[in-house]
Design a protein around this ligand. Structure first.
Ligand SMILES: NC(=O)c1ccc[n+]([C@@H]2O[C@H](COP(=O)([O-])OP(=O)(O)OC[C@H]3O[C@@H](n4cnc5c(N)ncnc54)[C@H](OP(=O)(O)O)[C@@H]3O)[C@@H](O)[C@H]2O)c1
Length: 322
């Protein structure tokens, strides 16, 4: 038996239940991992609320780090005691869980389990966005919304490391200083009037790429920030899902491009996941990306973590500790 957070019906944070959950022995190709830290992501809120429907009951959470405590048949490359992390497998809000060994990455010595649980999903997402969806280069001009959030802080730092000029937008003055210390050349406070401010920072030209995880409240203003023929990367819905949009809106703003990526598609291949993780860990080792853990909660208090994230009270990553 392990303790885990389970969901039986969609709704608010009060639907999260803390209960005993049976943990099977690992099967072929699987390992049993004891979690030391679990990452909270906005995705978990979409699953809880029903925006991203999943069969119920279900476990929650997609990112954690800890130690291998048992190994199933046919597993190569992992032993009991190894420090590991994973992302992209539902059921991380648990003390222990069984998982396919294929999904694990071994942690380098210089990365703590807390850092790994704070950075793996968000950092690999950043990799998909700025190495694949729109490859950022020296001289790129980049707009990041929610720039002091979990993904936002990593995106800003990584884009700067690649030589970009980063403009961040944050919801409050208190978040602006953190965004400024974390890669942003300019920080705009508040989404109202965002496009006009972006135009003034770019001498009227606009930006090469918008990375927008806020969604409904910023999508159209984000389009207004782009140079003609450039790319809107709409990768999240923290303020709600973006409503249907006519392709004419892209034409009117200069033949823009739009993509709505999910990292799962970019990271399907295990070799790609490992390569992306190596790049991420290397940026951290070189001091280009500082892992910011803004808040920690006991695992049983996951509902408090959700309320804080939805209430825009958090910065950087949030951890649940078993
Ligand atoms: N496509 C993918 O594969 C993928 C993978 C991972 C994450 N994501 C997306 O990336 C985004 C960031 O995820 P995260 O886990 O790192 O969360 P986060 O950025 O730490 O938190 C969300 C932030 O969004 C901003 N926000 C603006 N309006 C909001 C509203 N009405 N309600 C709540 N928040 C609002 C808030 O920052 P301000 O107060 O500064 O505005 C808030 O802190 C999410 O949309 C998530 O779904 C996508």
């Amino acid at each position: 038996m392990s303790k885990a957070i389970r969901l039986y019906e969609h709704g608010g944070a009060d639907r999260l239940r803390w209960e005993d959950y049976p943990v099977p022995a690992p099967g072929k190709g699987e390992v049993l991992v004891r979690h030391s830290a679990i990452g909270v992501n906005y995705y978990d809120i979409y699953v809880r609320s029903g925006l991203y429907p999943q069969a119920l009951p279900t476990g929650l959470g997609n990112e954690a780090a800890g130690n291998v405590v048992a190994v199933g048949k046919g597993v190569r490359g992992f032993r009991v005691g190894d420090r590991v992390a994973y992302q992209g497998a539902a059921g991380a809000y648990a003390e222990e869980r069984v998982i396919a060994a294929d999904l694990l990455v071994k942690l380098p010595r210089d990365l703590s389990v807390e850092q790994a649980a704070a950075v793996l999903l968000k950092g690999l997402t950043a990799w998909c966005l700025l190495r694949r969806a729109y490859p950022v280069r020296r001289g790129s001009v980049v707009l990041v919304t929610a720039a002091a959030g979990g993904v936002g802080l990593i995106l800003g730092q990584w884009a700067r490391a690649l030589g970009a000029t980063v403009i961040g937008v944050v919801g409050s003055g208190a978040k602006a200083a953190l965004a400024k210390r974390s890669g942003c050349r300019h920080v705009i406070v508040g989404y109202e009037g965002m496009a006009a401010k972006v135009r003034s920072y770019t001498k009227g030209k606009g930006v090469d790429v918008v990375y927008d995880g806020v969604g409904k409240d910023t999508f159209m203003a984000g389009l207004d920030c782009l140079k003609p023929l450039h790319l809107m990367v709409s990768f999240g819905n923290a303020s709600g899902a973006v409503p249907p949009v006519s392709p004419l809106e892209l034409m009117r703003r200069g033949s823009l491009f739009l993509t709505r990526p999910t990292s799962a598609d970019y990271l399907r291949d295990p070799a790609t996941r490992r390569r992306a993780a190596r790049e991420l860990f290397s940026q951290i080792r070189r001091g280009k990306i500082r892992v910011v853990i803004g808040q920690r909660f006991a695992l049983r208090d996951a509902a408090l973590a959700h309320a804080a994230l939805e209430g825009r009270q958090t910065t950087g990553s949030i951890l649940l500790l078993p």
